[in-house]
Design a protein around this ligand. Structure first.
Ligand code: HEC
Length: 109
């Protein structure tokens, strides 16, 4: 009986583990694109709540005059944007990379 439940537990654990492995953006992927999709995209891919749309230079040109404030505003949160743009485990460096990424007009990944 004990052996059987141990087996069941192991089988269940395997199911959960493999389910994690199938997620489109892996939790341990720290590339700027993966971090963008995990946090910033929920608002900035569509402009939800008045968020400037990522990769659209017109959306950012009006804000360029205060680009020295961007980092602080993303870090502490600003109006409709929660602190760290919802990437709570992002380092300062990653936040900076994400800002450069979404405000550039390169093609969307
Ligand atoms: C829950 C929605 C939401 C998420 C998630 C979010 N933002 Fe924002 N963001 C906004 C909104 C709304 C604004 C516009 C605020 C305003 O000017 O009223 C904004 C503005 C900005 C600005 C311009 C600030 C300024 O001073 O003009 C930057 C830069 C920015 N976001 C970067 C990011 C980055 C990088 C991430 C991901 C780490 C992120 N945002 C995640 C909603 C969001």
């Amino acid at each position: 009986m004990i052996r059987r439940s141990t087996f069941l537990f192991a089988a269940l654990a395997l199911v959960f583990l493999s389910a994690c492995g199938e997620s489109p953006t892996q939790a341990d992927d720290r590339s700027v694109a993966a971090l963008y999709w995990r946090s910033c995209a929920s608002c900035h891919s569509t402009g939800r709540g008045g968020a400037p749309v990522a990769f659209e230079s017109e959306a950012w040109s009006a804000r360029k005059s205060h680009d020295d404030l961007w980092f602080e505003r993303v870090t502490t949160g600003y109006r409709g944007m929660p602190a760290k743009g919802m990437c709570l485990d992002c380092t300062d460096e990653e936040i900076q990379q994400l800002i450069e990424y979404i405000t550039s007009d390169r093609a969307q990944p």
